[in-house]
Design a protein around this ligand. Structure first.
Ligand code: C5P
Length: 303
């Protein structure tokens, strides 16, 4: 049996450009991998079968839409054989939460099946297969901190010093990523700025944010956190503003919606502060659960 651990992500910068002809948006997407993660196991089976455990297992689709199952089929097809594997996901990453949990499972299944089937697929090829599965899947293979360009799949690892301490406040129910991107476009149209590639300048990584990461400076990183999907996520789920406020009142030095939400991410000055913020958030009644964690951590790895 092969076991793979894979991290969730938070976007410390999510700059969203205009809507492209292919339905995606060009991004300046600074991914940050955190220790809150899933574990995917692969063992010999008949066909591709999938099970899931964990508190939110009931909301994970176990059919062929699951990225772990799709990853197994895609890898086997690339090598020209019919896949036989039994996959299991031990789920800790919030489902439809803006932390790329489904993408993480896709990346982990690529790594797990590659090891189970003894394929030794070059990492560059795994990255290409990952990009076919979804915009956030390549980053779950790479981990650490990286700038994602294009639709987020063209990655450049970024230098980072030390560890940063985070708290994630999990909401009841998920948000659909396409719906949040559509709301971003709608708000831009409503504001009169337009939402197409011609209207919206191509976003770029913020030099102050890159310096904060390289310096290992949580206060500077907190000041530089931005997410263009935050306003659309709050527009669809106004209660997220209360969660963000509760975390800030509890002592977080930075707060933002994680990716397309609804999970909210809080930066703490150290591990002790993170534990205290998580406790306050759970008592605040503005989230279902809160988890203290840290990063950056590596991408999907056999362990
Ligand atoms: O790549 P992935 O399948 O994860 O993307 C899901 C959806 O999110 C896309 O169909 C699109 O609606 C939206 N998206 C986008 N721009 C991106 C990434 C995703 O509009 N860069």
């Amino acid at each position: 049996m092969i076991k793979v651990r894979v991290p969730a992500k938070v976007n410390v910068q999510l700059g969203v450009g205009g809507l492209r002809a292919d339905g995606f948006h060009d991004l300046a997407n600074v991914f940050f991998a955190v220790a809150l993660g899933d574990e995917v196991t692969a063992e010999p089976g008949e066909g591709v079968t999938l099970t899931c455990s964990g508190p939110d297992a009931a909301s994970v689709p176990l059919d062929d839409s699951n990225l772990a199952a799709r990853a197994a089929r895609l890898l086997a097809a690339h090598h020209g054989f019919t896949p036989n594997v039994r996959l299991h996901i031990a789920k800790a990453i919030p489902v439809a939460g803006g932390m790329a949990g489904g993408s993480a499972d896709g990346a982990a299944a690529l790594v797990a099946c590659d090891a189970l089937w003894g394929l030794d697929t070059p990492f560059e090829t795994l990255l290409e297969l990952a990009a076919e599965l979804g915009s956030d899947v390549p980053f779950a293979l790479v981990g650490g901190v990286a700038l994602g360009r294009g639709r987020g799949e063209i990655l450049q690892p970024l230098p980072v010093s030390g560890a940063f301490h985070w708290v994630f406040a999990v909401a009841d129910g998920g948000l659909s990523t396409p719906a949040v991107f559509r709301e971003c476009d709608r708000l831009r149209e409503e504001a009169g700025t337009g939402s197409s590639e011609a209207d919206v300048p191509t976003p770029d990584a913020d030099p102050a944010l890159l310096a904060a990461l390289a310096d290992g400076d949580p206060v500077a990183l907190a000041a530089a956190l931005t997410n263009d999907l935050q306003a659309p996520a709050i527009s669809l789920r106004p209660a997220l503003a209360d969660t963000l406020r509760a975390g800030t009142e509890a002592g977080a030095i930075g707060a933002l919606v994680s990716g397309s939400g609804p999970t909210c991410a809080f930066l703490a000055k150290d591990a002790e502060a993170a534990a205290a913020i998580a406790k306050s958030l759970e008592a605040s009644g503005t989230c279902r659960a809160a988890h203290a964690t840290y990063g950056p951590v590596p991408g999907a790895r056999v362990h």
